[in-house]
Design a protein. Sequence first.
Length: 443
Amino acid sequence: MKQRILNHTSILVVLSILLTFIAASSVLYGRYATNMKQGVRDETQYLCIGIEEFGESYLTEKVGDATETRITLVDTDGSVLYDSDAEISQLPNHNDRPEIIKARKDGSGESIRLSETFSRQNFNYAVKLENGHILRVSKSMDSIFPTLLSSFTLLGILVVVILLLVFFLVQKQTKELIEPINSLDLEHPLKNVCYEELRPLLMRVDQQNKQIARQVEELKSAEAMRREFSANVSHELKTPLMSISGYAELMMNGMVQPEKISEFSGRIYKEAVRLSNLVSDIIQLSRMDEKITDMPFEAVDLYELAEDVVNHLQPAASKKKIVLLFTGEKVAIRGVRHVLYEMFYNIVDNAVRYTQENGTIKVCVGKKEGHPFYSVEDNGIGIPVSEQGRIFERFYRVDKSHSRQTGGTGLGLSIVKHGAVLHHAKIQLESQPGKGTKMDIVF
């Protein structure tokens, strides 16, 4: 950056000096030329007055070499009668000169002639005298090109001096400019903003820092959840496997009485079913954790899906003498059918598991403030306020003392939460211990 600033500054300085020099020289040269031309005109008028008073001999007797301007007197036929700078015998006829022609016609005329090398220019001013003769006064001066060239040496020295000064100033200024940037605290970029122009960038850095911090916390949380999940899975899988292994070993070694073989087989079957359900729920959660994008979204009738869930769980509810009521209206959304079914099933299944005998469960589907919803309300054991924030955690159970009797994998509500995230839905929970629970999913 330092080199770029130096390069750009040097170019600007050189261009500024050249343009300023050319502009100033042009203005001064133009003013000088104008003054010179006016001086020639005035001198011509003075000579005319002298000639009128003393005659044409005034030029030779009075003027002579008293002036640096060239004075020429031309006869009516164009021959030179007098010239202050040359022998008249060597001068050609002047009738073809522009200023002479114009003076004969209009009384006065002027012209500018450049030398062959364009290094000098002559200004000629001619007036017609009363006797018809032409008086011409000429003066020469350098053209603008040699005037500019004669100053280039001084200009070059000036440019070198200024460039050296610019070099040291840029070095110093760049160091002072960059030092606050190098000392920025990127962990707290908005703590001390050295330049307001950097504020948008520093705000972006601050936002990225916060985003990175959040992502780190999320990764730590995810890692902790993964470890906890792995430990819980190991524990949950180990329990039914040990039961199955234990019962099978007893039967294999003939340590089970014949009349109890059926009972032991039933226990093995229940543990196997529990193990199968647990593996199925783990696979389902893993698929949603990975945010698989190829899940088939389609139009799903929530009323039809909820009715199917109620019909499926009606026998389990009837076994506990629980009244399972279903009401609502047809309403459809775009979603993943099997995920929605798992969500609806798990909420009602939990209600059946944690509602005492002779209880009531109400399932409703419809629209709330224009949004489709699915609602399950029971009068079961309820959930304490202190536990409500954790019921969607994997393997978390409110009633830990009866977890074996109620069955379930402990992953049902976790599947509900992940399914809600997948469908951009909100879960609303209302519950009081001993009075029941109401859970709504609003799409």
